[in-house]
Design a protein around this ligand. Structure first.
Ligand SMILES: *Cc1c(COP(=O)(O)O)cnc(C)c1O
Length: 455
């Protein structure tokens, strides 16, 4: 074994991070505050009180690192620290001088990075006497993560699942039910938001924006119920920074530091989770790591969306946030990277792209699945369709390195496995996946419907 080259970099439980890293405290610019849609004045933290517990609201507006509660660390220890691998076989296959590493979040109970925030969110709600959480889910990864976390923290859980995923992914639904959650297809007739959509379009495939409206309405209407969001908001990205903090230590074990960090971006949480600790090193310690967020061409929020104030949900129930958006009325095409089908984006990540501290690019779904299949054959892990966007970008960077002869070190976040997405792989291999671009007229139309846009 002495000659075996290391491919796996592991940390013991005692190396679990003690606190979450808050990039807000290190940003070289001010973030724009959320606005009240009626007055267009900044909203205070109290605007979130009907839907979130106090501690989550405090974290949402905080610029400081936050200590991780002991019970949360104990629950994290079920799967954290997660492994970091060097993709030696992929490097060989690509014949690249680049060294490729990936952080693997698929070892969590629900198979993705999402329990990193689901567990603390459930914990803080329980500590403040909440009995039930309501949420939305697109592809089912968030719903199953929150269902697991609610079970771990002894809370009830109600999930509004985007209809197209409810139909495409019966096993994610069964997984949530196995953890004890109640799952409704969205739009449903259980909420006014759902009934309004169904009245206009009885066959609506649903969207994350619609499902968020339903879950928020549910939570606001019940005293013992709060709402929980799996991406986009500052506290969610904060919780995900355990990924990047561990990765810094593991890259160090490998004797490396990344030149580029790559992640897929839907609402920005796994990307922020892996990238922000490295961004902190750029901002504080003179490092110069390139950060690259990758999204689908059919839902090009960061690359072609407008950086403006918009609602987080379709019905316009949330405060308005300054972010890259395709317009809250945007209904995405049924691509298989369900976790990336969202009209908006994390305000922090949006601002970072706007200020040029993070780069963004997009790919259509066939090239990403091609990359995903290649990766699975080389490395053995079948990645979630969302992740294949990061893999495609990583492979393109590795091929560029071959052409330029540069010895680049690339790290990407393999934020979830694709074991529930094999129907999508099947369709890809059968040549049945369309490559859809999102037309500019559609973006302009949807953006024009955001209140307060110049005519
Ligand atoms: C939810 C999810 C995403 C998209 O959400 P982000 O907040 O952008 O991370 C991407 N990949 C996987 C595997 C997911 O579960």
């Amino acid at each position: 074994m002495e000659k075996l080259e290391r491919t796996k970099f592991l940390l013991g439980e005692e190396r679990l991070p003690q606190s979450w890293y808050n990039v807000v405290g290190d940003l070289p610019f001010e973030l724009d505050p959320p606005l009240d849609p009626a007055t267009r004045e900044p909203v205070g933290p109290e605007a979130f009180a009907p839907i979130f517990p106090e501690e989550i609201i405090r974290q949402e507006v905080s610029a400081s690192d936050v200590p991780i509660p002991e019970e949360v660390r104990e629950t994290y220890a079920l799967w954290r620290p997660t492994p970091l691998f060097r993709a030696r076989r992929l490097e060989k296959l690509l014949d690249t001088p680049a060294r490729i590493y990936y952080k693997y979040e698929g070892v969590s109970p629900s198979g993705s990075h999402k329990p990193n925030t689901a567990v603390p969110q459930a914990y803080y709600n329980r500590e403040e006497g909440v009995r039930r959480l309501a949420t939305e889910t697109g592809a089912g990864q968030w719903g199953s993560s929150l269902a697991f976390a609610c079970q771990a923290m002894d809370l009830d859980c109600t999930v509004y699942m985007v209809r197209v995923s409810y139909d495409q992914k019966p096993y994610r639904r069964a997984m949530m039910q196995t953890y004890g959650a109640t799952v409704h297809p969205s739009p449903s007739d259980l909420t006014q938001a759902g009934r309004d959509i169904l009245a206009a379009d009885p066959d609506s495939p649903g969207s994350l924006g619609i499902a968020i409206s339903e879950a928020v309405e549910d939570a606001v209407g019940e005293d013992d119920t709060k709402y929980s969001l799996g991406s986009v908001l500052n506290h969610v990205l904060l919780h995900q920074t355990v990924i990047g903090q561990e990765a810094i230590e593991q890259m160090d074990l490998a004797g490396e530091y990344p030149d580029v960090v790559v992640g897929c971006a839907g609402g920005g949480s796994n990307f922020g989770g892996v990238a922000f600790p490295f961004l902190g090193e750029n901002l504080k310690n003179g490092r110069d790591t390139r950060l690259l967020a990758v999204e689908p061409a059919s839902c090009p929020t960061l690359t072609r969306g407008r950086f403006t104030y918009d609602f987080g949900d379709t019905a316009g129930l949330t405060p308005m946030m300054k972010m890259h958006t395709l317009g809250h009325s945007f209904v995405p095409s049924g691509i298989h990277a369900g976790g990336l089908r969202y009209h908006g984006e994390s305000p922090i990540l949006s601002a970072l792209v706007h200020h040029g501290l993070v780069e963004a690019r997009s790919y259509p779904q066939n090239p990403t699945f091609e990359a995903g299949v290649l990766f699975a054959r080389a490395e053995g892990i079948v990645p979630a369709p969302e992740v294949t966007h990061a893999i495609k970008a990583t492979m393109d960077l590795a091929v560029e390195a071959r052409q330029s002869g540069e010895e680049k070190v690339i790290l990407f976040n393999l934020c979830g496995h694709g074991h529930f997405d094999l129907a999508a792989y099947e369709r890809y291999m059968a040549g049945e996946l369309p490559d859809l671009e999102h037309p500019d007229e559609e973006i302009q139309k949807a953006v024009a419907r955001i209140p307060g846009q110049p005519a």
